[in-house]
Design a protein around this ligand. Structure first.
Ligand code: DX5
Ligand code: ZN
Length: 216
């Protein structure tokens, strides 16, 4: 089962509530929420109060992607705000094993993200206890960038490791996914697809999601 996770980074923030309700109507699998601190990535997005304020609008799980330095400091706040999956970056945390245990101890799903140039083997030993791996297929910080082609082989390699060590692992791909490459990343092994601009730009949210779903 392939999950679609629209990234609200590309939503119209002046009507964020309505946008969330549209996602709810489309029964998307996850709502992907990009938190940026202006230090780990060169952009600042939104944080805990925004997540709290939209939590009551839908029951769809919140997939919170923390692009922040030393994320463990804030994990509990994001869980309290309503996160169901917490992703921390390999590059932002010196004690990843401990942070993964900590996230799970709070009763939510734990996930680790890898920047495009980061080797998958860095997290190989964590795979058995992770709920999800997030493969960044653009450099994190902004929506609307172009998919980096070499990420195809990273997805394929994660899928091989998952087949060996954790058959339930969710393999999420984030960045530059469109109707033209979604089928390919699914073929490589991705089973959770983040889509920002391809959901919120162009046609209506409903049409865009239908167009993406038609591809696999
Ligand atoms: C980038 C974010 C992505 C972004 C994806 O740092 O992690 O989730 O919103 O946007 P698109 O789908 O437009 O590349
Ligand atoms: Zn993201």
């Amino acid at each position: 089962m392939i999950k679609i996770a629209p990234s609200i980074l590309s939503a119209d923030f002046s009507k964020l509530g309505e946008e969330i309700k549209s996602l709810d109507k489309c029964k998307v699998d996850l709502v992907h929420i990009d938190v940026m601190d202006g230090s780990f990535v060169p952009n600042i997005s939104f944080g805990i109060p925004i997540i709290k304020s939209i939590r009551h609008l839908t029951k769809i799980p919140f997939d919170v992607h923390l692009m922040i330095e030393e994320p463990a400091r804030y994990v509990k706040d994001f869980v309290d705000a309503g996160a169901d999956i917490i992703t921390v970056h390999f590059e932002a945390d010196r004690h990843l094993d401990r942070t993964v245990d900590y996230i799970k101890s709070l009763g939510v799903k734990a996930s680790v993200a890898l920047n495009p140039a980061t080797l998958v083997d860095n997290v190989k030993y964590l795979i058995p206890k992770l709920d999800m791996i997030l493969i960044m297929s653009v450099n994190p910080g902004f929506g609307g960038q172009k998919y980096i082609e070499y990420c195809d082989s990273k997805i394929k390699y994660v899928k091989e490791l998952a087949d060996k060590y954790n058959k339930d692992l969710m393999i999420e791909v984030d960045g530059g996914i469109t109707k033209d490459n979604i089928a390919r990343v699914v073929r490589k092994g991705a089973n959770v697809i983040v889509a920002g601009s391809s959901v919120f730009r162009g046609e209506t949210i409903e049409d865009n999601i239908r167009i993406l779903r038609e591809e696999f």
